[in-house]
Design a protein around this ligand. Structure first.
Ligand SMILES: NC(=O)c1ccc[n+]([C@@H]2O[C@H](COP(=O)([O-])OP(=O)(O)OC[C@H]3O[C@@H](n4cnc5c(N)ncnc54)[C@H](OP(=O)(O)O)[C@@H]3O)[C@@H](O)[C@H]2O)c1
Length: 207
């Protein structure tokens, strides 16, 4: 199963069986996309996009369908920088949106809970001092500097305000420092739950 739409909270919106397991569909994602193209062409959707596609899957979509996805929503942050993949998506005219821009800050992810938090990483914290910003704000500014949209989530008013103030310009020398923190570490891989092997051949994929 695959979802060629940008969506919200993980698997909570998919139907479940009596044991709480996600019921997977068997529709080819290309057919789903073709149905979405119809809504786009009729003007019912202003834009259509994808989420969690590998390059290989996107290549197939581009070959077999007409409308280029407006955006691709993927896990992306300084610990999972995916430079090649992002350059490839951009080269196809697909805008990159970063979900989980704080990496292992999402408490739902089991992976990454027993290590230091990305937003406390000494390099991010150190870079931030120069701008009077915290590590979370530096993580957002890093994404914006790549030309991406960043999608932080918070239910805490002070953090929402902080995150809005993560829209600032990092100097090139600081961007160079931040390149060094990449761990190719992917915190979200729902392959087991969703019966679909996500992110094949992409950075941070653990077989
Ligand atoms: N397309 C997909 O497959 C996919 C997958 C995952 C997520 N998403 C979407 O991406 C968005 C964000 O992703 P996410 O929720 O996984 O990760 P995130 O935004 O990187 O992290 C959210 C966590 O960080 C905390 N937080 C927010 N701002 C903070 C700050 N300034 N300082 C310290 N902690 C802060 C939040 O806590 P509080 O809320 O308690 O403040 C929450 O626990 C959501 O809209 C989500 O729906 C999409």
């Amino acid at each position: 199963m695959h979802w060629p739409v940008a969506f919200g909270r993980g698997d909570s919106m998919f139907p479940k069986d009596n044991n709480g397991n996600t019921i997977n569909g068997d529709t080819d994602f290309v057919d789903t996309w073709k149905a979405m193209e119809k809504t786009f062409k009729k003007g019912k959707a202003k834009a259509i996009g994808i989420s969690n596609f590998s390059r290989k899957e996107t290549e197939r979509l581009l070959k077999e369908t007409e409308v280029v996805p407006a955006a691709h929503q993927i896990e992306l942050h300084p610990y999972l920088q995916q430079n090649e993949a992002c350059a490839w998506f951009r080269s196809k005219g697909i805008h990159v949106q970063q979900y989980s821009p704080f990496g292992n800050q999402n408490e739902v992810y089991s992976k990454g809970q027993n290590m230091g938090k990305l937003i406390d990483d000494p390099t991010l914290v150190e870079v931030g001092k120069k701008y009077n910003k915290n590590g979370a704000q530096v993580a957002l500014a890093w994404g914006i500097a790549q030309g991406h949209s960043v999608l932080p989530k918070s239910k805490t008013p002070s953090r929402i305000k902080d995150n809005l103030e993560g829209d600032f310009r990092l100097e090139q020398a600081d961007l160079e420092k931040l390149k060094g923190v990449d761990k190719q570490m992917r915190f979200n891989d729902p392959s087991a739950n969703f019966g679909w092997n996500f992110y094949i051949d992409e950075d941070g994929k653990v077989a």
